[in-house]
Design a protein around this ligand. Structure first.
Ligand code: FCB
Length: 478
């Protein structure tokens, strides 16, 4: 996986290992698991989506192209060859979506704003017709007593900015700050909760190193510059938003997992590989924002791109951390490549979800507890959690008890983390609708609500009613 990074040397790896070992977390306090539990009445219950996965209407109202428009058209990139030009058509059917959330008693919705709708070519004048859509969506949500949580960047970088250097260029961060300012100017009187970046770590790795996501690059040398420029962009955007308003709640959103050693800690080299990878995966995004420095494991990667003043620009702090959690990650030492980091195998015999991902709710508790301990008890929201139907080109499973079991087990982990002192304020299911799941196209379905690609029809699944009940009562039964 990361072993395509060409300029990693044994010395650098040794440094990373040492640094990561020093930083290794201590043990977490454990409390007995409680039986039926009620969440606080102010708890945020929600679900999520992202613009490119649900909106469709790619050439409507002046929207520009994004890197995903271009990527999806390339041969062989998308598993089922599907074209995301309509997806769930939420650009037109958003009122129906909001009504579904409202009927499920949800009080929060995480969606993303498409940067290329607001700045079709990345800079220049704001495309008012594009931003109008989010104005309408925000209003309908508020009328339905649903708090909007808008992500500014969920991977759909304007293609023009990519052509000008994408995240390999510092300037992209300046354009991101302009975009954040434009959104704040137009919507900030009503849109109070903003998530700057969604999973920059996934965008970095899958988009720039393994190439399975847009922009489809395969170059380990990009890890340092892309990481740093995403961090800089976030810092500049937070500055730009705060300069305009002091009543925003601004969070960051990351894919977080415990990173485990293939074969267990007893395999010391694998354990060190896991620690080093964790420093790059999570630490390289959280530490600069919250502590003003990179973890030692990431120092060498970013050394050449940091300019004077950058670290204080990045060190903005934030009001909450959005945790996207699905399963643990595994790593092994891999001496065949220059980074010595290889993707590890998941242990045999673990419980898996219908799409083959490991189910381990304790991983979520571990992540929440660790954030609490390492970053001074920040406010936390589980901004994504959920599971897919079995992968494939078949109809959605409406009687999806496996989904409520999955969610219930993870909610229990949230309770345990709260009992251990984590300030978790909300839980958002990924996702409201079966949608266009990136390189998997329509073959992976995460929705509480099935979506018929041919007719657009939305059909609530069994898990929808189950979640509606929890959102109403706050009660997680034993
Ligand atoms: C997350 C992404 C989201 C969706 C889920 C399944 O990594 O943020 O868009 O793809 O995974």
């Amino acid at each position: 996986m990361v072993n395509e990074k060409k300029n990693w040397t044994r010395r650098r790896f040794a440094l990373s290992l040492g640094a990561a070992a020093i930083a290794a977390a201590g043990c977490e306090r454990k409390k007995p698991v409680s039986e039926a539990r009620r969440f606080p009445s102010i708890f945020r219950w929600g679900c999520g989506s992202s613009a490119f996965q649900v909106e469709g209407a790619l050439d409507v109202d002046g929207r520009g192209e994004s890197i995903w428009d271009v990527f999806a058209k390339q041969n062989g990139r998308i598993k089922d060859g599907s074209i995301p030009s309509i997806t769930c058509d939420s650009y037109h059917r958003y009122k129906e979506d909001v009504a579904l959330m409202s009927a499920a008693n949800l009080n929060s919705y995480k969606f993303s704003i498409a940067w290329p709708r607001v700045f079709p070519s990345g800079s220049g004048p704001v495309n008012e017709r594009g931003i109008d859509y989010y104005d309408r969506l925000t209003d309908v949500l508020l009328q339905s007593h649903i708090t909007p949580y808008a992500t500014l960047f969920h991977w759909d970088l304007p293609q023009r900015l990519y052509e000008l250097g994408g995240w390999m260029s510092r300037d992209t961060g300046e354009r991101f700050a302009d975009y954040a300012a434009a959104v704040t100017r137009r919507l900030g009187d009503r849109l109070k909760n903003v998530i700057t970046l969604n999973e920059p770590n996934v965008h970095l790795l899958l988009g720039h190193v393994t190439g399975s996501h847009a922009p489809g690059l395969h170059d380990g040398n990009l890890i340092g510059p892309v990481t740093h420029h995403l961090n800089l962009a976030q810092g500049r955007a937070i500055q730009a938003m705060r300069a305009q308003r002091n009543d925003l709640t601004i969070g960051t959103g990351l894919a977080l997992s415990p990173v485990r050693a293939e074969g267990g800690r007893i395999h010391l080299l694998n354990y060190f590989a896991a620690l080093a990878f964790d420093g790059i995966w999570a630490g390289a995004f959280l530490d600069p924002l919250l502590k003003g420095k990179y973890p030692l494991a990431a120092h060498q990667m970013v050394a050449d791109v940091i300019k004077p003043g950058d670290m204080s620009t990045i060190h903005q702090g934030c009001d909450f951390i959005g945790v996207n959690y699905y399963s643990p990650a595994y790593m092994r030492a891999d001496f065949s490549g220059p980074s010595f980091l290889g993707q590890g195998k998941t242990p045999a015999g673990v419980t898996q979800d219908a799409s083959g991902r490991e189910i381990d709710p304790s991983g979520l508790r571990e992540v929440l507890n660790r954030l609490t301990k390492e970053y001074g008890q920040p406010r936390l929201i589980v901004t994504e959690n959920g599971c897919s139907d079995p992968m494939g080109d078949h109809a959605a499973i409406i009687n999806d008890e496996f989904r409520s079991h999955y969610l219930s087990a993870h909610l229990r982990a949230v309770i345990q983390a709260m009992d251990n002192g984590s300030r978790v304020e909300g839980f958002f299911v990924w996702s409201l609708l079966d949608n266009w799941e990136w390189d998997s196209g329509f073959t992976s379905k995460f929705g509480l609500v099935a979506h018929n690609v041919n007719t657009g029809e939305r059909t609530p699944k069994k898990s929808y009613a189950w979640f509606a009940n929890i959102a109403e009562t706050g009660l997680l039964s034993a």
